[in-house]
Structure formats: structure tokens, C-alpha cells
Design a protein around this ligand. Structure first.
Ligand SMILES: Nc1nc2c(c(=O)[nH]1)N[C@H]1C(S)=C(S)[C@@H](COP(=O)(O)O)O[C@H]1N2
Ligand SMILES: [Mo]
Length: 490
């Protein structure tokens, strides 16, 4: 490549990177960021088995992987536009070329994000870097090519900085200030439930284990999109549609005027490893869904329903499961955080996590069963959650004994017993269990202390409320949830 060609490629790449950085600077980690829709596309185009394998093997860092791919695509698209502008500029039309490059960056970002205004966040740095690179009067003589690219780089960084300053000056898009109160939030019963959980949490030596209520910031997160939808309660509404006698639309005000309840509900993701940490519990504030269903009068031939979230997520399962469901707007007495579905999510007792749709938009009764998002990708995660006892904490006690502890969960079947072996399954002992919390879908804590020899092979297994022991046979999380007994050399 001749020096001019190299300079052009260098400038185009620089402009592409600056455009993506500028888009981020003005949008933050929101769905208006140019990467957000591209990332969703990358994830959706990835074969289901690849996604399942990634979740199983790399877990959360899989996000970094597909975000990286999305980043390369975005830089490539904006860079290609900049290159087209540079071509025009090379025909002795530097100003036209610069405007063309910026215009393409703006149009491309608009087309991808659907946001004309914030698309200037990508267009301005592209225009600046191309302009400094090609317009003779942009402050530089046509000095050495390398020097012009360097100056264009400095200009691009300045433009990105300007974008982020503009972003700071705009009113914050965060609809959930820390001190916001929620409908039902001053109910003494809520306070009582939280205190109750605190008192019933077992005394466990280490501090690497959650209590019976998970802190909001520690509660696990599973999202199909890398950027959370930003909905606010005032403009939110939800529709009950499809095979119903009358379709029903409810807004936040109408929803929160319905009977308010507070419930402990535990969530577990079908995709987690056997001893994984995608298992948490919270006290949720909301309203039983049944009243709304009665109003709509479902007449679904398949007795099945599809729930839709604002992020494009959808899941299908039996109407029967939804009848015990709950629409929640509060979590541990706080407004539902954005990452957990602000302003309203569904909670379906006893089913795997994936049925608990966040950013709820529509409840659609079907006449024929079709696959949901994860089922399209081969998962079987809408039924009753499996029984599991986790081994999350191992501690040496001041009295010389060893303490092992964890949480056990079996959905609406409940946990009746947790058994621990310290000799690799030859003999078994009952663990101490936390007193049951009120609610039909709540985990329990277990703890076991013993005189330790040099090393011991600790195995733990739970028995559910129906007397069924957690199955011993080992399986991966894909497709229907990990099974087996957790064991660990201590
Ligand atoms: N709209 C929407 N709802 C969703 C998901 C999602 O990606 N989008 N993930 C589901 C999955 S797989 C799980 S395990 C739970 C996790 O809920 P959490 O992120 O609040 O822990 O939400 C479910 N609801
Ligand atoms: Mo999940």
C-alpha cells in the first residue's frame, strides 16, 4: 500500500473507533449505544448450542466475547463510511468528503439504534477526525502523513471528550433515584418479612455466603441483551392479548391500585453449574396476577401463554403456571432495579428462572404452543425447578472444627432435609436447617460442623418437601438444568 493508502486506512480506522467511543460517551451503557443492537444481533445469530456451551464453560465473560465481536462490527461499519468520505476527499473535495463521512456515520448509527439525536455522538468524532485528516485549512499544512493522522487522533479524542461532557449536562435518564418509595413500601408486613429473614439466617462463620435474603447488588443477573431497557413507571403499560375474551391494558397506576402483597420468592437459572451462584432470594412487592387474568378471560386452546419483555425476550409456558404468578414492582422494599426488570416483572412460583420475565410488556394467550427464546436454542427451562443443595462456604472454626454451609432449594416442593457426608458418601448426617420462611417458593440455609481429619471428601444432598432426594446422577446444565450431588475436597 502506498503512503496515501495507508494514511487513508489509518484515518478510517481511527474515525471508526472514535465514532464508537463517541456513541458510548453520549449514551452510556444504554440501548441507544451503537453496540447494543449489534450485540443483540450477534447473540441471536449465534447457534443455540454455541450459546449454551459458552454459558456453561466461560459464563459471564461470554459477554466480553460477543461484545468484542459487536465492537469490531461497529468500528468496521463506521470506518467503512469514513473511508467512503476519504475517497471523496481524495478527489480534491476535502470538505464534501468530510461532511459525507460524518453524514454516513450519523445515518448508520441512526439506522442501527433508531435514535437520530444521540447518533450525533458517533457522527461528530468521525467528522472531526476525517476533517483534520483531509481539510488543508483545518489547522495543518499537508505535513507528513503520520503527523496528520496523529493530529486527527488528538482531534477525535477531544470530540469524544466533548460528547461525554454534553452527556453529563443532560438530565440523568435514571428513573430510579435511590430514595424513591414504592406503593406498599411502608407496609409493616414488609419490614417484618425482612427482619424475619434476618433473624432466621443461620450463624455462619464465613462471610462469603448470602443470608436468607440476597442483597440487591449481589442478586444474580441473566439477560439476553447486554444493555438493559430503560423504562419508567409513568409511561409503562402492559397488555393482555391474544386468545382472550377482552384484551386488557394496565398502566403502573392501575396495577399498583390492585391488592398489594409481599412475597419471598427464590430464583434459580437453568443455565447455572451444579454448585453455581445463580440462585438468590428476595422479598418482592407486587400483586397476584390472577385478578387480571380473570378480567381478560383467557380462552387459549393450548392452555399456553407467551410473555414478552421489552428487550425482545419471550417465553412460553402453561397458563396454569401463570395463575399463581405475581407481578412485582418492588424488591426488598426498593423499586425494582433496572437490571431486574424495572418497572414490572413476573414471578412464577416453582419454575426455572427463565419464566420470570423482566420489563414485562405483554401477556399473550396462544392457540398453539411455540418455543420461547431459550427453547428455540434447545433449553428445557420452563418447568418445575430441580432440587439442589449448594456447598458455598467452608470455614475453620475457632473451636478447631470445620464448618460447611450453603443454601438448598426445591421450588414449591420446599426443602425438608439436607444430608452431609464427610467421607465421600459412606455415611450421612443431617445438617442444621434454617427455620422455614413464609412463602411457597423459598430456599433454606443449611450448616454442618464436624471434627476434621486431614482432608475429607464432603458431599451434600437435599430432600424436598415430598420426600424425594436430589438425584445422584450427574448432568450438565444444558438442556434441562444441572443434576448430581455437590462434592468438594476439604
Ligand atoms: N425480559 C427478560 N426477562 C428475563 C430474562 C431476559 O433476558 N429478559 N432472563 C430470564 C432468565 S434466563 C432468568 S434466570 C431470570 C433472571 O432474573 P434476574 O436477572 O432478575 O436474576 O430472568 C428471566 N427473565
Ligand atoms: Mo435463566
Amino acid at each position: 500500500m502506498d503512503p496515501d493508502g495507508r494514511r487513508e486506512m489509518g484515518l478510517a480506522l481511527l474515525a471508526g473507533i472514535a465514532g464508537v467511543a463517541g456513541s458510548f460517551a453520549i449514551t452510556g451503557g444504554t440501548t441507544a449505544f451503537i453496540l447494543a443492537p449489534i450485540d443483540t444481533l450477534v447473540v441471536n445469530l449465534a447457534p443455540g448450542l454455541v450459546v449454551a456451551w459458552l454459558i456453561d464453560t466461560v459464563g459471564a465473560p461470554a459477554h466480553v466475547l460477543h461484545l468484542g465481536i459487536a465492537g469490531l462490527i461497529a468500528v468496521g461499519l463506521l470506518g467503512a463510511g469514513a473511508r467512503a468520505g476519504l475517497r471523496v476527499a481524495s478527489l480534491e473535495r476535502p470538505v464534501l468528503g468530510t461532511v459525507f463521512a460524518g453524514g454516513l456515520a450519523w445515518a448508520t448509527t441512526w439506522a442501527i439504534t433508531g435514535q437520530p439525536v444521540t447518533s450525533f455522538g458517533a457522527a461528530v468524532p468521525v467528522t472531526v477526525s476525517v476533517g483534520i485528516g483531509v481539510v488543508p485549512s483545518a489547522g495543518l499544512d499537508s505535513g507528513p502523513a503520520r503527523r496528520r493522522v496523529l493530529m486527527a487522533g488528538i482531534g477525535a479524542v477531544g470530540a469524544v471528550g466533548l460528547m461525554s461532557v454534553i452527556d453529563r449536562l443532560r438530565p440523568s435518564p435514571d428513573p430510579i433515584p435511590a430514595d424513591t418509595t414504592i406503593p406498599g413500601g411502608d407496609d409493616p408486613e414488609l419490614e417484618q418479612l425482612l427482619r424475619d429473614a434476618d433473624e432466621k439466617s443461620l450463624d455462619i462463620t464465613g462471610d462469603d455466603m448470602p443470608g436468607l435474603v440476597s442483597e440487591i447488588g449481589d442478586f444474580y443477573n441473566v439477560d439476553i441483551a447486554s444493555f438493559d431497557p430503560q423504562l419508567d413507571a409513568e409511561s409503562w403499560s402492559m397488555e393482555i392479548s391474544g386468545e382472550v375474551k377482552r384484551s386488557v391494558t394496565v398502566d403502573f397506576e392501575a396495577l399498583t391500585a390492585m391488592p398489594i402483597e409481599h412475597r419471598h420468592t427464590t430464583l434459580r437459572c437453568v443455565g447455572e453449574p451444579l454448585n453455581g451462584r445463580q440462585l438468590d432470594n428476595a422479598v418482592w412487592t407486587g400483586t397476584p396476577i390472577e385478578t387480571l387474568l380473570d378480567r381478560a378471560g383467557p380462552s387459549s386452546a393450548c392452555n399456553c401463554v407467551m410473555l414478552h419483555g421489552d428487550d425482545g425476550y419471550f417465553v412460553q409456558f402453561p397458563v396454569e403456571a401463570l395463575e399463581d404468578g405475581f407481578l412485582a414492582w418492588g424488591m426488598n422494599g426498593r423499586p425494582l432495579p433496572r437490571s431486574h426488570g424495572h418497572p414490572v416483572r413476573v414471578l412464577v412460583p416453582g419454575h426455572w428462572g427463565e419464566t420470570n420475565v423482566k420489563w414485562l410488556e405483554e401477556i399473550e394467550f396462544l392457540d398453539e404452543a411455540v418455543n420461547g427464546y431459550w427453547e428455540e436454542r434447545g433449553w428445557v427451562g420452563t418447568g418445575q425447578v430441580g432440587t439442589v443443595a449448594k456447598l458455598w462456604s467452608v470455614q475453620d472454626r475457632p473451636d478447631g472444627r470445620t464448618e460447611v454451609a450453603g443454601h438448598a432449594y426445591a421450588g414449591t416442593r420446599g426443602i425438608s432435609r439436607v444430608e452431609v457426608s464427610v467421607d465421600d458418601g459412606q455415611t450421612w448426617n443431617d445438617a442444621t436447617l434454617s427455620d422455614p420462611l413464609p412463602g411457597s417458593d423459598v430456599w433454606r440455609q443449611w450448616r454442618y460442623r464436624y471434627e476434621s481429619s486431614e482432608t475429607s471428601e464432603v458431599v451434600v444432598r437435599a430432600v424436598d418437601g415430598d420426600g424425594q432426594r436430589q438425584p445422584r446422577v450427574r448432568s450438565d446444565s444444558f438442556p434441562a438444568g444441572a443434576t448430581g450431588w455437590v462434592s468438594r475436597r476439604v
